[in-house]
Design a protein around this ligand. Structure first.
Ligand SMILES: O=C(O)[C@H]1O[C@H](OP(=O)(O)OP(=O)(O)OC[C@H]2O[C@@H](n3ccc(=O)[nH]c3=O)[C@H](O)[C@@H]2O)[C@H](O)[C@@H](O)[C@@H]1O
Length: 440
């Protein structure tokens, strides 16, 4: 140790003069073997760095597979491989009587699941796509997925923003139709997470339309708009010709933007596009963020529920529409959709562009909805009447459905009480413990 101490510089950059030849020689021997070692180390490091940069270059190259891989990583889903492709092909295979292969986005969602099942039942080829986000209980989405799986519908775990995935799906299957139901739903949540609405309802929609316009053949598209586009419109019942330029929530604004974006893609690329304005859809397998659903849960738990009232005119009402009626409307829209006219990304002629209200035409006050639930659940609700917060809600919705009736043959047949009875039966079956915990 001492020799090392002896040779430590007293002034920066200088070595103390050697006092012993022995020390001097040892140092010389050490320094020559040290420099050899350093040289070898440097070679070794250079060698490693060379291969590291080579592998980096090959993963960032813009080949479809590497782009897909990086997309997959960034969007958190896993897809690809021959077993996966086989499942995609099998699910999309149509029965001989059908000439439709339909890609259903948002298939693990409420409307998506019901529409997928109905399409599959009648023999259409159906492939689902869903990003299984955590907006509400993932277990419910997974249960819907299992139901679809049993019916022969494969739900691909992926995001509509994943361009490489969409390209791949259109490469594997020449879809004739896209039923686009994936969206960030809910009018009030937009106050908390505005970015998720832009991500799904605008960026995702554009990404999907890009994939559709490049596909050959181009599919016809039917997609979910919303009654919320009528916003502050006070002329009732709401007709497709009424004003839709006063949205009351960011959710509504993104759906309205979707309608304008649809116009652009129809105009430029010849895509056949039908938008459906759904009016407060409810029923079995519904969405836990919707009032009828969480009212049921809270009534059973004996928790207080807030019923919104308009500060000026009192009653807040919705044109609640039962899921089976909506499914029929979706299928009719699909069946009457004309083909897109473009191919290889080029428009060949004018294409169909439609928009329809799908409602029930009989608005029911929210307090009446609660009375029906009390009767069905046999539990008295703890009601609290509160002024409607100005965070996205509108006072009243009421659909004029004459256009959908004329052109689609759409005729809703389920009143709120009948529909809620089916919902409650499903709810108690799906959440078996909920009744025991109830207040009665
Ligand atoms: O039809 C539509 O366009 C929209 O329907 C629903 O939106 P909303 O009609 O507001 O449905 P809910 O959130 O279930 O509310 C139903 C009614 O209950 C009222 N409500 C809601 C929550 C609450 O705590 N109390 C209450 O009285 C609301 O003001 C509304 O009148 C969906 O959540 C939207 O995704 C859909 O696009």
């Amino acid at each position: 140790m001492s020799h090392l101490i002896d040779n430590t510089p007293s002034t920066p950059g200088k070595l103390k003069p050697d006092k012993s030849p022995y020390i001097h020689n040892r140092f010389r021997i050490h320094s020559s073997s040290f420099s050899k070692l350093t040289l070898w180390c440097l070679f070794f490091i250079a060698f490693i760095l060379f291969f590291f940069f080579l592998s980096l270059l090959s993963t960032t190259a813009t080949t479809p597979s590497s782009a897909a891989a990086s997309n997959r990583r960034s969007l958190g889903s896993t897809w690809g491989g021959s077993a996966w492709e086989k499942r995609v092909t099998k699910s999309s295979r149509r029965a001989t009587a059908s000439n439709r292969a339909v890609l259903v986005t948002g298939a693990a969602g409420f409307v998506g699941m019901h529409v997928s099942l109905a399409l599959k039942r009648r023999g259409d080829g159906v492939l689902g796509l869903d990003n299984f986000n955590r907006y509400y209980d993932l277990n419910l989405k997974l249960a819907r997925q299992r139901l679809l799986e049993r019916a022969g519908v494969f739900v691909v775990d992926g995001d509509i923003n994943d361009a490489a995935l969409l390209r791949k799906l259109f490469d594997v299957v020449p879809f004739t139709h896209v039923m686009h139901l994936a969206a960030q739903a809910g009018v009030r949540y937009a106050m908390q997470n505005p970015a998720s609405y832009v991500h799904s309802n605008i960026a995702g929609f554009v990404n999907l339309l890009e994939a559709c316009r490049s596909a050959n053949p181009q599919p016809a598209i039917v997609w979910a708009s919303s009654s919320s586009v009528y916003g502050l419109n006070s002329k009732v019942p709401f007709s497709e010709k009424d004003r839709t330029d006063q949205p009351a929530s960011l959710y509504a604004a993104t759906k309205k933007a979707g309608e304008e974006i649809a116009h652009t893609y129809n105009h430029i690329h010849g895509l056949s596009i039908t938008g459906l304005r759904f009016f407060t859809v409810y029923g079995p397998w519904g969405r836990p963020d919707m009032a009828y659903f969480f009212f049921t849960k809270d009534i059973l738990k004996g928790k207080q529920i807030s019923i919104f009232q308009d500060p000026d005119r009192g009653t807040v009402a919705r044109d609640f529409t039962y899921i089976d009626d909506i499914v029929k409307g979706c299928l009719r829209a699909l069946d009457t959709a004309k083909k897109s006219t473009g191919s290889g990304g080029k428009k060949k002629g004018p294409a169909q562009l439609r928009i329809f209200n799908l409602g029930n035409t009989s608005p029911v006050p929210v307090s009446e909805l609660v009375t029906i639930l009390e009767k069905l659940l046999k539990v008295k609700a703890k009601r609290k009447m509160v002024p409607m917060p100005r965070n996205g809600d509108v006072r009243f919705t009421h659909a004029n459905i004459s256009l959908a009736y004329r052109e689609l043959g759409y005729r809703p047949t389920t009143d709120l009480e009948t529909g809620l009875k089916k919902f409650v039966r499903w709810y108690l079956d799906f959440y078996p413990g909920s009744k025991k915990k109830s207040a009665w």
